[in-house]
Design a protein around this ligand. Structure first.
Ligand SMILES: Cc1ncc(COP(=O)(O)O)c(C=O)c1O
Length: 435
């Protein structure tokens, strides 16, 4: 949806309209699902022009599809970026991003408070591929600067860390990364673009698991990459973008595509070769989810606050880590970067440790015990034995996971019903500990 020159549409309007005008072919008002693997060329000349990237258009759904493109355009608009590339999952959004920038012998710096799957992707899989990652304590700018070397291709963080809930100092991280010629990549999964737009604070690339709040209903796995359009890809810091690529008949992406260099390489080389593309059906589900994101997020935040206040008032609860609570170490950063709320995913610990935690989770009825977040339904999990279970004790501690930690993703039910269920489960847990 090209916004008129004299009007900047608001977030709700863009959530409904950006990227999804009435279908020019049929007039369909909802986004059609173009369930087609491939697209007919006008002529052999047209086919050759498309493959040579001299004309932009649909070729094959692994590298582009009209329904997927509509989702990409809506996400780019909501994150305030230049454009987007959608992928099969959040993890493949990360991998596609990194492989577009780095190769064997290269290096990344990442904050340690990341999703467990991201830590293993970085510390094990990327390492096997020859890409080294230095993990630093969250927001430790001095450590970040020390870690950046000549082969560092990016700095990586999460807006709100999973599951410790600490908020990234995006502006400070971006300033430090840029001072050393390196882009900042931010995983914005827990905030969603409704609560935080990292590009406004200097981030260069935003990645997210669309599986969570973007879809919003726990139905589909997917990922998204959005780029700001501000990073100087031709500076020489990213040879994959600024030297001839044997993967695309010696194309120099920075020279050919300017600010689109990263997105183009991510799509036409990495998506093409790795193949982790988003299905049109899932893109449709994410478009549906985005239409109500601006209404769901405030309701998630209000319920999270009610649940956090309830837990904080209970003697059975030893600690609670929610950046939305005054007194939390991330409260000030949340006020700055998440003024409309610190999301609805947070963690707490019970006084009875693991025994109490297990009894608590098993006693819950409304809350679903499963490995996901950002669903309309309320969810609960024990990270140390599940999402972060593959980490060493040291990595677990560095990522902010404590053995007794319980992570909740607060959904959209009546807050009073969620609290009723928590109250019952807390009593059961206390009984289990006494026994
Ligand atoms: C913060 C964060 N980033 C990325 C991912 C990976 O997303 P996906 O499961 O869609 O691959 C997750 C999954 O839980 C996550 O919590």
């Amino acid at each position: 949806m090209p916004a008129p020159a004299d009007r900047a549409f608001g977030f709700r309007t863009r959530a409904l309209h950006a990227g999804t005008p009435p279908d020019p072919a049929t007039g369909a008002r909802a986004q059609p699902i173009y369930m087609s693997s491939s697209f007919v060329f006008d002529s052999t000349e047209h086919a050759a022009e498309l493959f040579a990237l001299r004309t932009y258009g649909n070729i094959y759904t692994r590298i582009g599809n009209p329904t997927v493109a509509a989702f990409e355009e809506k996400m780019a608009s909501l994150e305030g970026g230049l454009g987007g590339v959608a992928t099969a999952s959040g993890l493949s959004a990360q991998l596609t991003t990194i492989l577009a920038l780095a190769q064997a012998g290269d290096h990344l710096v990442a904050t340690a408070n990341l999703y467990g799957g991201t830590i293993t992707q970085f510390a094990v899989t990327l390492k096997r591929m020859g890409i080294d990652v230095t993990f630093i304590a969250p927001n430790d700018i001095a450590a970040l600067i020390r870690a950046i070397g000549p082969s560092t291709r990016a700095v990586y963080t999460e807006t709100i860390g999973n599951p410790a809930g600490n908020v990234a100092d995006l502006e400070a991280l971006a300033t430090a990364a840029h001072a050393h010629g390196v882009p900042l990549i931010v995983d914005n999964t827990f905030a969603s673009p409704f609560l935080c737009r990292p590009i406004e604070w200097g981030a260069d690339i935003v990645v997210a698991s669309a599986t969570k709040f973007i879809g919003g209903h726990g139905t589909a796995i997917g990922g998204i990459i959005v780029e700001s359009g501000h990073f100087p890809w031709g500076s020489g810091r990213h040879p994959l973008l600024s030297t001839p690529s044997p993967g695309y008949h010696d194309m120099n992406f920075a020279e050919t595509f300017g600010e689109f260099a990263f997105l183009m390489r991510a799509r036409v080389e990495v998506l093409r070769d790795v193949g982790a593309c988003l299905s049109p059906m899932n893109a449709f589900l994410f478009i549906q989810g985005l239409e109500t994101l601006p209404f769901r997020m405030p309701a998630h935040v209000a319920n999270a606050r009610a649940v956090a206040d309830f837990l904080a008032s209970r003697a059975e609860v030893a600690w609670i880590a929610y950046a939305g609570l005054p007194g939390d170490p991330s409260y000030a950063l949340a006020q700055k970067y998440l003024p409309d709320g610190a999301g609805s995913i947070f963690s707490f610990g019970l006084r009875g440790g693991r025994t109490a935690g297990a009894a608590f989770i098993e006693a819950l009825e409304l809350w679903s015990h499963l490995a996901n977040v950002g669903d309309a339904k309320s969810l609960v999990i024990h990270p140390a034995s599940t999402t972060h279970g593959q980490l060493s004790d040291a990595d677990m501690t560095a990522s902010g996971v404590r053995p007794e930690m319980i992570r909740v993703s607060v959904g959209l039910e009546d807050a009073a019903d969620l609290i009723w269920d928590l109250d019952r489960a807390l009593r059961r847990a206390a009984t289990a500990v006494r026994a």
